[in-house]
Design a protein around this ligand. Structure first.
Ligand code: AMP
Length: 542
């Protein structure tokens, strides 16, 4: 016997329709690329996202066609979130920090039809457009009079003229909730970037879960500042959870330095913020010497990299702000765990509570976790035994876009590439990473790419790249190099050799010359051994 409740598909258009009808006067405030502050309301987001949908229809874009963005966090990007996905197309948010070659590769792989970009990225689009073979419309996110006349970019319109002539009336189509809604490429894997392809259903379920009290705990009374970029796993799903709860949204645009973020928090009375440790480092670095306090900020969710204990302390003790340590990944939409205490922890000493707060947290309903050993056996939840962390759930990838990399699952579980412990209360703690990538300031660097470039140098026999702890960037790459017998190369020459081959921020901070690189039985480089060997090494940049 089937239940007799209405079977309405879970669609992203439903979120914006809800926000308009029930929170129409809720504010959206954005610092624009132009530097000024723009403010309007949820009802305006809804109206203009319908104009976006009409503009896409006018181009005869098909269902599931990809519309890409290269944009900061701002109101126009928000309208694209709802207009593109709501009308049945797929929003492809591109990370502008990637190397231009990689951006072109990604746009072609996704077969993007339209690219909408902030004017900050005009030079980037000028550099890549000739290589992007599928894009037929470029849209600059600006007013008509700001559009450059001689950009050399074909079929370029301003966003305001693109949607300006369109009707604000639009009937959101109903379709299967399992249809694709948005996609995000991750370079946190080996090989070419791979895309997680989210569905309407996975996005809505994630938005519900994210808003729960022990997760992000968002409400209509919050003013939320997502510093985490909208090009990085949909700003952790905050735009969707915001429409669902009707909270106020505050967008920082391109100004992510401590002073600009602080001023926005105060001016807009932000109660809740979200970002990677690096941006909070910059914020704390601005507060302390200037003797500043927060007048409204209550909670901040920190994830993407491990949150240092000193940061949790500083926010709590010095500024009265609760830190919610979160873990997740692009392949998980992204939330997997969040660290909030249970009732029994409340009577513990602050030191014991801190030991829990440092962990990445416990599973959100919808995500299941396990740790496994080398033979695939499940390991105990004793808080000590560590193993490969596997996850499953309705907002975890089943397969990458176009089947890249083959079937990623192991008996229905997704291996995260993280190594973790789980304690008897279900709190997970990341202890290491088994994937061959380094995370710097929340962005990925492939150690394999770094090694391959070094090995292309005639004087290099072997190279191994490892991530080293860095106080600001969390990790920075260092490359250990064995020179070819009889050949010479200096650190400076090798660092120069990287220029132009990868993005500047991906170039290693240092080269360490070694006699040998430790190898395992199968000839694979033993990075764990190398890290041990370099344990007293100090980064020149730290
Ligand atoms: P991404 O797909 O770029 O969001 O990166 C996901 C990866 O970032 C995870 O697999 C972890 O390696 C790392 N990560 C995310 N959050 C945390 C955290 N709170 N602590 C430690 N590592 C994290």
């Amino acid at each position: 016997m089937l239940g007799l409740m209405q079977n309405r598909p879970l669609l992203i258009s439903g979120l914006i329709a809800h926000a308009e009808r029930h929170h129409g006067d809720g504010e959206i405030v954005s610092r624009r690329v132009e530097g000024d502050i723009h403010r309007y309301q949820w009802r305006d987001v809804a109206r203009r996202s319908r104009q976006v949908a009409n503009a896409l229809d006018a181009m005869n874009l098909l269902f599931s066609d990809r519309v890409a963005t290269l944009a900061w966090n701002g109101y126009r990007h928000l309208e694209l979130y709802f207009g593109v996905s709501g009308s049945g197309r797929v929003l492809h948010t591109i990370n502008p920090r990637l190397h231009p070659e990689q951006i072109a590769w990604i746009a072609n792989h996704a077969e993007d039809q339209v690219l909408c970009f902030d004017m900050t990225f005009l030079p980037l689009v000028q550099a890549v457009h000739a290589k992007c073979s599928t894009i037929k419309q470029y849209v600059a996110l600006c007013e008509a009079d700001k559009l450059p006349q001689d950009s050399g970019i074909p079929n370029l319109v301003s966003y305001e003229s693109w949607i300006g002539g369109q009707s604000p009336e639009y009937e959101w189509p109903a379709f299967d909730e399992n249809s694709a809604s948005s996609m995000c490429y991750t370079s946190g894997t080996t090989g070419n970037p791979k895309a997680a392809l989210y569905s309407h259903r996975s996005t809505i379920l994630h938005a519900y879960a994210a808003a729960l009290p022990d997760v992000m705990g968002l409400s209509a009374r919050d003013a939320v500042l997502p510093v985490v970029p909208m090009f990085h796993v949909n700003a952790w799903g905050i735009p969707y959870s915001a429409a669902l709860t009707g909270c106020k949204l505050v967008f920082p645009g391109p100004a992510l330095d401590g002073k600009s973020v602080y001023e926005l928090v105060e001016a807009e009375q932000v109660t809740y913020a979200a970002g990677v440790p690096t941006v909070w480092q910059m914020l704390l670095g601005h507060l302390k010497p200037n003797g500043l306090r927060f007048s409204s900020l209550k909670r901040t969710v920190i994830g993407g990299s491990a949150c240092p204990p000193a940061m949790i302390d500083a926010f709590r003790e010095d500024y009265g702000v609760e830190v919610l340590h979160a873990w997740g990944m692009t392949e998980m939409s992204p939330l997997g765990t969040l660290c909030t205490l249970k009732n029994k922890h409340l009577t513990m000493s602050p030191e014991d509570q801190m030991k829990i707060r440092l962990k990445q947290g416990r599973a959100i309903y919808g995500v299941d976790l396990k740790i496994v050993g080398d033979a695939g056996e499940e390991l105990p939840w004793d808080g000590k035994t560590f193993g490969d962390l596997y996850v499953k759930g309705p907002w975890v990838v089943r397969e990458y876009f176009k089947g890249e990399g083959g079937d990623p699952l192991v008996n229905g579980w997704f291996p995260t590439g993280d190594v973790a412990t789980i304690d008897p209360d279900g709190y997970m703690q990341i202890t290491d990473r088994s994937k061959d990538v380094i995370k710097s300031g929340g962005e990925w660097i492939s150690s394999i790419d770094i090694e391959n470039i070094a090995m292309a140098h005639p004087a290099v026999q072997m190279a191994a790249c490892v991530g080293m702890r860095h106080p600001k960037w969390d990790e920075r790459p260092v490359v250990a190099v064995v020179k070819r017998p009889g050949m010479e190369v200096t650190r400076e020459e090798l660092l120069k050799f990287y220029e132009g081959k990868i993005a500047k921020w991906q170039i290693p901070d240092d080269v360490v010359f070694v006699e040998t690189i430790p190898l395992g039985a199968t000839g694979k480089m033993l990075k764990t051994r190398l890290r041990e060997q370099l344990k007293d090494y100090k980064l020149p940049t730290a």
